[in-house]
Design a protein around this ligand. Structure first.
Ligand SMILES: Cc1cc2nc3c(=O)[nH]c(=O)nc-3n(C[C@H](O)[C@H](O)[C@H](O)COP(=O)(O)OP(=O)(O)OC[C@H]3O[C@@H](n4cnc5c(N)ncnc54)[C@H](O)[C@@H]3O)c2cc1C
Length: 407
């Protein structure tokens, strides 16, 4: 019988990818150990929008009802003009259940803390090692050795790097640092909807597009009581800070939005911004694995946030890898990692590149000759980008396996 139950699997990172992978493996009868540097699981960064390509997998993992209980499905997706606020394009999401009918699963805005709580709750602490910051990785005779900052050392037959955009496992795999600062940064926050009197359609997911900046927001919470926003601005040109946050004067956040619609300025002003967030991506990698280490999620393909797909594609990776591991023997690990890379690399690369191009589209000045083209493109959004949401990771990996057996 082919299985991985006797493989020692170490997952580095207990974020969205690491926890989803551990859960998906567990569902398949495979135990893994998750090593997370934080001493408790606390969310970074507000909220996350989960699209059908992830929610159909979370349903298969048995956690979607819990997620639905603390999420909001946006009424519509709306693109608006920065100054006058008129609708440039709009599409129903929860209205008429249009999104679920089209893509077979819901679209949810959820607080990251809730998502992390649900994923780790489903794991019930099994195999989760907190306070373990990986500092070094080495391989000897196909056994991986993991050294942690707390002095502990562990061994594994396979290491999965789910350790985010600044991944140490990626440095082991490719021998260098491939993080790129995008030249854009963000201010973010969560505001009670009742503090936003100028906001039209508070239950919609909305993009306000304008010169050099855009604001994205959607409602979260079981009663859509809060609005999560993400305001992206051009600059600073370079990023010299160690981490991805830099201190700012609170007025810095509002300055790029001078003259914008009051719904936008009200939202940005409702939070005292003491930091700005740099937006980093990872240069498209040729190789996702080396020896007995393989990457998933942001470690492999951190992308701009403009398609809202970083977490969603990470969940796809986790399901793909879990399904492949179910039927992988020790002597098949390298072939499995090669197949995983083949299945995941081109899709995530296309979304990464498209997300970068979308940034420019969202930041056009009023006098730009590309404005009419922008409006045409956002009006075609569900048709042009429906393939992202329609994707079914589990069926794809199963179909790929059966066609390989048939070949
Ligand atoms: C502001 C913002 C908004 C976003 N909004 C969306 C959205 O709406 N939709 C969407 O799909 N995506 C969104 N994303 C992207 C999404 O958050 C990421 O793509 C996703 O979290 C990636 O999951 P991951 O598991 O790969 O990495 P992470 O969730 O970053 O988890 C990595 C984990 O590894 C741990 N770790 C790191 N180094 C080590 C180490 N050396 N040893 C042990 N543990 C380590 C970290 O502590 C962390 O827990 C957003 C990102 C940002 C920054």
């Amino acid at each position: 019988m082919k299985n991985s139950r006797n493989l020692r699997i170490a997952i580095v990172g207990g974020g969205i990818g690491g926890l989803t992978l551990a859960l998906a493996l567990r569902q398949r009868g495979i135990e893994a150990t998750v090593y997370e540097q934080a001493s408790e699981l606390s969310e970074i960064g507000a909220a996350v929008a989960l699209s059908a390509n992830a929610t159909r997998e979370l349903r298969r993992l048995g956690v979607l009802d819990l997620i639905a209980g603390c999420s909001t499905e946006p009424s519509e997706l709306i693109y608006r003009d920065w100054r006058k606020g008129h609708r440039i394009a709009a599409f129903p999401v929860h209205d008429d259940l249009a999104y679920q009918k089209r893509f077979g699963a819901p679209y949810f805005g959820i607080h990251r803390a809730d998502l992390q709580r649900i994923l780790s709750g489903a794991l019930a602490g099994a195999g989760l090692q907190l306070g373990h910051r990986l500092t070094e990785l080495s391989e000897h005779d196909q056994i991986m050795s993991l050294s942690f900052a707390n002095g502990r050392i562990a061994e594994a037959d396979l290491v999965i790097g789910a350790d985010g955009v600044r991944s140490l496992v990626r440095r082991y795999v490719i021998g260098g640092e491939e993080t790129i600062y995008s030249g854009t940064s963000a201010f973010r926050g969560i505001v009670p909807a009742k503090q936003l009197p100028s906001l039209p359609d508070p239950q919609a997911i909305q993009f306000w597009m304008g010169p050099g900046a855009h604001l994205l927001h959607y409602a979260i919470g079981e009663r859509a009581q809060d609005v999560n926003f993400f305001a992206v601005v051009e600059g600073p040109k370079t990023w010299s800070h160690e981490g991805w946050q830099a201190p700012v004067e609170p007025s810095t956040a509002l300055a790029p939005f001078k003259g914008w619609h009051p719904a936008v300025t009200e939202m940005v002003a409702a939070v005292e911004h003491r930091v700005r967030w740099a937006l980093f991506t990872v240069r498209p990698l040729r190789q996702w694995w080396r020896g007995r280490a393989v990457l998933l999620g942001d470690a492999a393909h951190a992308m701009g946030p403009h398609h809202g797909q970083g977490a969603n594609t990470t969940i796809e990776d986790a399901i793909t890898l879990a399904e492949m591991l179910t039927s992988t023997r020790r002597d098949e690990i390298e072939a499995m990692m090669s197949r995983y890379q083949r299945l995941r690399r081109s899709r995530t690369r296309i979304i990464q590149l498209s997300s970068r191009a979308t940034n420019d589209l969202l930041h056009l000045p009023d006098e730009s000759s590309a404005l009419a083209d922008r409006d045409r493109r956002v009006s075609r959004f569900p048709d042009d980008f429906g393939w992202i949401h329609a994707f079914d990771a589990l069926t794809t990996v199963r179909d790929a396996s059966s066609s390989e057996f048939a070949a």
